[in-house]
Structures are given as structure tokens and as C-alpha cells.
Design a protein around this ligand. Structure first.
Ligand code: ACO
Length: 403
């Protein structure tokens, strides 16, 4: 498995050279045993298991165990892992004060990033990252607390009281309840909503060295507190070229508004003088259909069907956009296919999740991948990219009166 790669770093170093590869187009930054992608064939494996099998057969926490520990859990292992995770779902009560400091219209990603980062102030023991026991507890705490923080950020943004976790519920059901219950009315998610969220979370759980995961690994390579490293990953995920694309796709579909406007927007996306890009299209690694997008597209049909929302105009619009783009020379030549984010927002919207929470959903799921990479890389050396200096050559300081 894997493309041909040669470790020439020591050879180059001795000869006084280094490589220049902006955007890491063809540079591997590490060895990893977690996730494999074949971008030309559209293959994605977690620890060797095809994403198609995991997405249809496993639970999110089962996949979390697989990513963290390398093997699928046995029945007893899974039960004790689920108990362990659900035992860590509560937040320190003082965190409410921190959350309340955010303005009501703060973006939930900003709140998520801030609150996760602030956990580093609560868990000093995580500083002893050389102790494998501390590493493991930090990983469990992160996976357990991130849905609580995400739901709390949402509640803050709509001015409702925080709903505490219910540890007798499954991971996704508990999350949906924390999002949608109120002190006046409990909320029981439908099975289809829970299933759809479980599937989306599995699809988003890991994707090897994307920008946010590489950020986590780089931040962690200095031995920094794991909660601070995950906050750095959340910051990186937020951008529209990465995890922010699911929110941007919905914005784009709403802007297009009608199937009759699709050709105009396809032309805009092709125009190099226009900054507009088809959001949810293209991928650095996949030069074939993103396998996750294939699965999501199928589930989109089912979810909209079961929620009796199958005449959802956004889904119709997305399918038309995909159909036209896939037959357009510009997109064909550049191998631009829909990526995982093209359809995920439509499902989230059908589940009642507001647009500004889409990237937060992605972050909740990807936390599992981030902590798995964090555990894997703890014994690596510090990451320290080089640069090519293009600034002025040496010059002398002039007193301000002479400049
Ligand atoms: N719409 C129009 N043209 C595009 C698009 C797009 N969505 N994506 C790439 N292109 C074009 C580029 O303009 C470029 O054309 P050129 O060769 O004529 O200059 C060519 O395709 C190659 O694109 P790059 O930007 O060089 O590809 P890169 O690998 O750097 O970027 C990225 C990949 C960021 C995903 C890009 O395709 C994009 O911006 N897509 C839209 C945002 C998006 O959906 N992001 C989510 C990615 S998946 C994820 O993070 C989970």
C-alpha cells in the first residue's frame, strides 16, 4: 500500500540541500498506520477497513476505538470503552462562565475553539504527555467532552440553557438531545436522525494528513498540552477550503437559489477572474469521486425520504449542479468531483442543525482522528519546516530621523 516514497532527508541534509514543496503537494510529513487513501482509485481505509463497510456496519465509538487502538473492539471491549467515554462527558461547571463571556452571535466554531483550548487550564496533568496513562485519559476526555461543548456553544448562540449530558444514551443520541432538548421539553431523536449522524461522524472521523490533522501533529510535536493542540486543529478546520466548506456549500446553494441559475454559476466557477469556486468540489488527494461523497449522496436520499423531505429544493439543486459539472470539460480535465462536504450540509439541515453548526459537527467527529494522530506521533521529533528566504539582504539600522 502507499505511493512510492523515499526518505532522502538525511542525504539532502548532509549535502546542504532541502526540498521546496509549498502546500505539501508531494511531501509526506510522517509515517502513519491510521488511515490510507488512494486518491486515484477513490479508496479510503481506516486501519485497513474500507470506509464503505465501517459506515454501514459500525457505530461511531466502535470506529473511534479502531482509530485509537488499531483494532476493532470485541463486545466487552466496546461496552467498557463506551462506558469510559460516557463517564467523561461532563464539563467543569466554571466553564459555563467562560462560555457566557462570548457574545450571543459569536460563531460556534470560535466558541468551540476557545472552550476546548481552555480545557488545558483545567487539565494540567495532561502536560505530562510522556506518561502513556495521561495521554490516554486526555484522548478519552477530548472525545467525551467535545459533543457537550459543541451543544453548549449552540445553546449559547440561541440563548437557551445548557442541557447536561445523559450518559445512559448512545454517543450520537446524547449529542442530539443536548442540542435540541430544553428544560421544559425533553427530546428523543428519531432512529433515522441518530443513524444519519452516526454515519456522518464515521465518514468525518479521520482523513490522514489534511490541514487540521497536520496542524495538530505539528503543534503537538513540541510537547504542548493536548487540549491546546486540538484547539489549533479546530482553528485550521474552520477555513472554507477545509471543514468550513460544508457551511459554504449551503450558502452557495441558497445563493444559486434555483435550478435555472446553475449554468450561470458553473460559468462563474470556471472564470479565473472571478474568485467564486464551486464549494464542495475538488480535493487535494481525490482525483476520482470521493468515496465518502458517494455514501453521503445515497444516505441523503434515504434521510430526506424518511423525514418526508424528499422534495427538498436544495437536494435537487445539488444534484443538478453535480450533473452539469461532471459533464463539463473544465471540471473533467481537472478531475474535480464532489467531496464529502457537498451533500453533508443538506443532511445536517434536514436534521434541523443550523448552518453555522455544520463545521462544528465536522470538528466533533474529527476529534477522534486528531487524538488518534496525537497518540501516534507523541514520540516523533519536533516538526520544523524550512523556508526559502526572499526578503532583503543584510542592511544597517538607520535612526528614524534619517529614514
Ligand atoms: N471550483 C472551480 N475550480 C476549482 C475548484 C472548484 N471548487 N477546485 C479546484 N479548482 C481548479 C483550480 O482553479 C485549479 O485550476 P487551474 O489548474 O486552471 O489553475 C485546479 O482546479 C486545481 O485546483 P487547486 O486549487 O490547485 O487544487 P488544491 O488541491 O490546491 O485545492 C481544494 C483543493 C482546496 C479542495 C479546492 O478544490 C477547493 O477550493 N475546493 C472548494 C472548497 C472545498 O470544497 N473544500 C473542501 C475540501 S474537502 C475537506 O476538507 C473535507
Amino acid at each position: 500500500l502507499g505511493p512510492a516514497a523515499v526518505d532522502i532527508s538525511s542525504l539532502y541534509r548532509e549535502a546542504g540541500f532541502f526540498t521546496y514543496d509549498p502546500g505539501f503537494m508531494s511531501t509526506a510529513s510522517c509515517n502513519s498506520r491510521i488511515t490510507y487513501i488512494d486518491g486515484d482509485e477513490g479508496v479510503l481505509l481506516y486501519r485497513g477497513y474500507p470506509i464503505e463497510q465501517l459506515a454501514t456496519k459500525a457505530s461511531f465509538l466502535e470506529v473511534a476505538y479502531l482509530l485509537l487502538y488499531g483494532e476493532l473492539p470485541g463486545e466487552k471491549d466496546l461496552v467498557s470503552f463506551e462506558r469510559l467515554i460516557m463517564r467523561h462527558t461532563m464539563l467543569n461547571e466554571n466553564l459555563k462562565n467562560f462560555l457566557n463571556g462570548f457574545h450571543y452571535d459569536a460563531h460556534p466554531m470560535a466558541m468551540l475553539m476557545g472552550v476546548v483550548g481552555s480545557l488545558s487550564a483545567f487539565y494540567h496533568d495532561s502536560l505530562s504527555v510522556n506518561d502513556p496513562r495521561h495521554r490516554e485519559i486526555a484522548a478519552h476526555r477530548l472525545i467525551a467532552k467535545i459533543p457537550t461543548i459543541a451543544a453548549a456553544a449552540y445553546k449559547h448562540s440561541v440563548g437557551e440553557p445548557i442541557i447536561y449530558p445523559r450518559n445512559d444514551l448512545r454517543y450520537c443520541a446524547n449529542f442530539l438531545r443536548m442540542m435540541f432538548a430544553t428544560p421544559c421539553e425533553d427530546y428523543k431523536p428519531t432512529l433515522i436522525a441518530e443513524k444519519a449522524m452516526n454515519l456522518l461522524f464515521i465518514l468525518h472521523a479521520d482523513h490522514e494528513q489534511n490541514a487540521s490533522t497536520s496542524t495538530v501533529r505539528l503543534a503537538a510535536s513540541s510537547g504542548a498540552n493536548p487540549f491546546a493542540c486540538i484547539a489549533a486543529g479546530i482553528a485550521s478546520l474552520w477555513g472554507p477550503a477545509h471543514g468550513g466548506a460544508n457551511e459554504a456549500v449551503l450558502d452557495m446553494l441558497l445563493e444559486i437559489g434555483d435550478v435555472k441559475n446553475v449554468p450561470k454559476y458553473i460559468e462563474k466557477a470556471k472564470d479565473k477572474d472571478d474568485p467564486f469556486r464551486l464549494m464542495g468540489f475538488g480535493h487535494r488527494v481525490y482525483k476520482n469521486y470521493d468515496p465518502r461523497a458517494k455514501i453521503i449522496r445515497e444516505v441523503c436520499y434515504q434521510v430526506l425520504d424518511e423525514l418526508a423531505d424528499n422534495d427538498n429544493p436544495l437536494f435537487e439543486l445539488a444534484m443538478k449542479l453535480e450533473e452539469i459539472a461532471l459533464n463539463d470539460e473544465y471540471f473533467v480535465e481537472r478531475k474535480l468531483y464532489p467531496n464529502v462536504d457537498f451533500y453533508s450540509g443538506i443532511i445536517y439541515q434536514a436534521l434541523g442543525i443550523p448552518r453555522n453548526m455544520f463545521t462544528v459537527m465536522f470538528a466533533v467527529a474529527r476529534t477522534v482522528g486528531w487524538v488518534s494522530h496525537w497518540m501516534e506521533m507523541m514520540d516523533d521529533r519536533i516538526g520544523r519546516p524550512r523556508q526559502i528566504y526572499r526578503g532583503p539582504s543584510q542592511r544597517d539600522y538607520l535612526p528614524i530621523s534619517k529614514r
